[in-house]
Design a protein around this ligand. Structure first.
Ligand SMILES: NC(=O)c1ccc[n+]([C@@H]2O[C@H](COP(=O)([O-])OP(=O)(O)OC[C@H]3O[C@@H](n4cnc5c(N)ncnc54)[C@H](OP(=O)(O)O)[C@@H]3O)[C@@H](O)[C@H]2O)c1
Length: 251
């Protein structure tokens, strides 16, 4: 029987690499993002991938697009919500409009996407809903007034939904990537430790979703384990270590 995944944020980066990975494993893949031309390029190059353009900040459109996907495929097995935005130049001060914009995409865009599929999965009583967060959501980092807080909120939401969807036999997964080379991180002006390719991320995510069946899929382990240990340190020690490690960063 054919298996179907819906991926948002699939016009580039991690979402695109994951779409190609699932298609290469025989899955039918519905891809969404705003840039229709990029989605079409991907779907034209692979017969298993079909484009469903969407701006996730539009909650009505999220429902409409999911209905189109359901009508097209009949069943959907996995949703992978990977939309995100990051503008490092605007993260250094308290810029309220910027913080609102980041939350609109990263947090509320994900909430809109989950809301669109909620009834379907709760009725179906199977499937996986995946929320893409970041290591930046573990604890506060310098120069991250919007992005980090939006990802922390997603971490809390994912744990909350793990219980609520779990009662309906629906698995909720959290993805916490370290640094991955994508258009998003190409904007960074600092050295990114353990930088990996989107294909590396896609392999880890595929394995975590289908083989390991864990709640949180995090990678690369060299970075995520260190940060996980940091996250249980008392604030004084945590601040000291992060200051030391980021002192080369420009303000
Ligand atoms: N790269 C990293 O190192 C890294 C690390 C940790 C977490 N992440 C997270 O991983 C996810 C994917 O990021 P990426 O690195 O792959 O960056 P990316 O290549 O810039 O991908 C971001 C995707 O989000 C889509 N998007 C942005 N706003 C949208 C909106 N309003 N509606 C629909 N789609 C929208 C973009 O497509 P359109 O512009 O076409 O809409 C694009 O497909 C993000 O949630 C990011 O925070 C990335």
């Amino acid at each position: 029987m054919k298996k179907v995944i819906w991926i948002t944020g699939a016009s580039s980066g991690i979402g695109k690499a994951l779409a190609l990975k699932f298609a290469s494993q025989g899955w039918e893949v519905a891809i969404s993002a705003r840039r229709e031309n990029l989605l079409n390029e991907i779907s034209e190059s692979n017969e298993r991938i079909k484009s469903f353009p969407l701006d996730v900040t539009d909650k009505v459109a999220c429902k409409e697009v999911f209905n189109q996907i359901k009508n097209h495929y009949g069943e959907v097995d996995i949703c992978f919500f990977s939309t995100g935005t990051w503008n490092p130049k605007k993260e250094k001060d308290i810029d309220i409009e910027q913080i609102e914009d980041v939350f609109k995409v990263n947090f509320f865009g994900t909430v809109n996407s989950i809301k669109a599929v909620e009834d379907y999965f709760k009725f179906k009583k199977s499937g996986i809903i995946t929320i893409v967060s970041s290591i930046a959501g573990y604890r506060g980092l310098p120069n991250s007034t919007g992005y980090g807080p939006s990802k922390s909120a997603l971490n809390n939401l994912a744990e909350s939904l793990y219980f609520d969807f779990g009662r309906h036999n629906v698995r909720v997964c959290l993805v916490s990537p370290g640094f991955i080379k994508t258009p998003m991180t190409d904007k960074n002006d600092f050295k990114m430790p353990f930088l990996k390719t989107p294909e590396f991320a896609a392999d880890k995510i595929y394995d975590g979703l289908l083989n390991k069946k864990v709640f949180e899929i995090h990678f690369p382990l060299e970075l995520t384990f260190t940060l996980k240990i940091f996250s249980i340190f008392p604030s004084k020690l945590y601040f000291y270590l992060i200051k030391k490690l980021t002192k080369f960063q420009k303000r």
